[in-house]
Write a protein that binds this ligand. Structure first.
Ligand code: NDP
Ligand code: 8X3
Length: 258
């Protein structure tokens, strides 16, 4: 059963990877979309494709989620143009670097904390009141297995994803008594632009991450997001962990050699 046709779905980080996968998956169900990221041209290109293929309403909005003032302006635009989203997918995020914490780069740390934690909070704080005023909606946070178990060099990225998991639980508790649902989707290794960003464009390091096994794709994760969003209104998945079959946790990953 498709419960998402005609609903408004807001996706942050829609210009690539999991966010782009979500945009395509929800478009295929006939949802209308608000696509957010910094790279406006990519959003516009995705918008053109989705409108042509599915005849849905798609709005592209260039936004850096770290800029709290700009997120405030965006939420006013949202209120004026679509009232409130039915589904908010808090996906924009990144890892930057994989150094030991005592050798870590302060700029990398700021990027991760400002985007994955403060950016997610900026969007949620500005957008969720619109949903509460309608007493409906679903917040879906993209966490990670990095929010369940720390791994070498993951330090600050791990901390941001532990924070995301805590915030997911906090949002669920603070919204008790409303009809709003709150869910976290926590993926393992997914081949997107994630590693290119983490390793600052070093293609050899990127290749090594995905060597010898079949990782998730952005579309695989999007399918899980869609499943959770499409559940009946009395059903809420609080946390869904999804990994490649070859992976069992951040350490246990089977690679075929050769
Ligand atoms: P990608 O790099 O492919 O996509 C990241 C998206 O986030 C892009 O659309 C990027 O758009 C957007 N983004 C980054 N910074 C900002 C910002 N300041 N403001 C607005 N948008 C921003 O990676 P993934 O798709 O893999 O990552 C999506 C989420 O999934 C992240 O939260 C990541 O932590 C999480 N995740 C990823 C896993 C993986 O293995 N790939 C596993 C577990 C979780 P733009 O640059 O145009 O702004
Ligand atoms: C992304 C997956 O294992 O690189 O969150 O942290 S991992």
């Amino acid at each position: 059963m498709n419960r998402l046709e005609g609903k408004w779905v807001l996706v942050t980080g829609a210009s690539s990877g999991i966010g782009e996968g979500c945009a395509k998956r929800f478009a295929a169900s006939g949802s209308n979309l608000v696509l957010v990221a910094r790279r406006e041209e990519r959003l516009n290109e995705l918008k053109r494709t989705l409108v042509d293929d599915h005849r849905i309403d798609v709005r592209a909005y260039a936004l850096d989620v770290r800029n709290r003032g700009a997120v405030g302006v965006f939420s006013k635009w949202l209120a004026d143009h679509i009232t409130a989203p039915d589904v908010l997918i808090n996906n924009a995020g990144l890892a930057s670097g994989l150094e030991k914490f005592f050798e870590g780069d302060f700029e990398d740390w700021d990027k991760m904390i400002d985007t994955n934690v403060k950016g997610l909070l900026n969007v949620t704080r500005h957008v969720v009141p619109l949903m509460v005023s309608q007493n409906r909606g679903h917040i879906i946070n993209i966490g990670s297995i990095a929010g369940h178990m720390v791994y070498p060099g993951g330090n600050v990225y791990n901390a941001t994803k532990f924070a995301t998991r805590a915030l997911n639980q906090a949002m669920a508790i603070d919204l008790v008594g409303t009809n709003l649902r709150v869910s976290s989707i926590d993926p393992g290794a997914a081949e997107t632009e994630f590693s290119k960003v983490r390793f600052h464009g070093d293609e050899n390091k990127v290749k090594e991450v995905y060597r010898g096994f079949r990782p998730l794709t952005g579309d695989d994760v999007a399918e899980a997001v869609h499943f959770v969003a499409n559940a009946p209104e009395h059903v809420n998945v609080l946390d869904l962990v999804i990994m490649p079959t070859a992976q069992r946790n951040p350490y246990v990953l089977h690679r075929e050699e050769g």
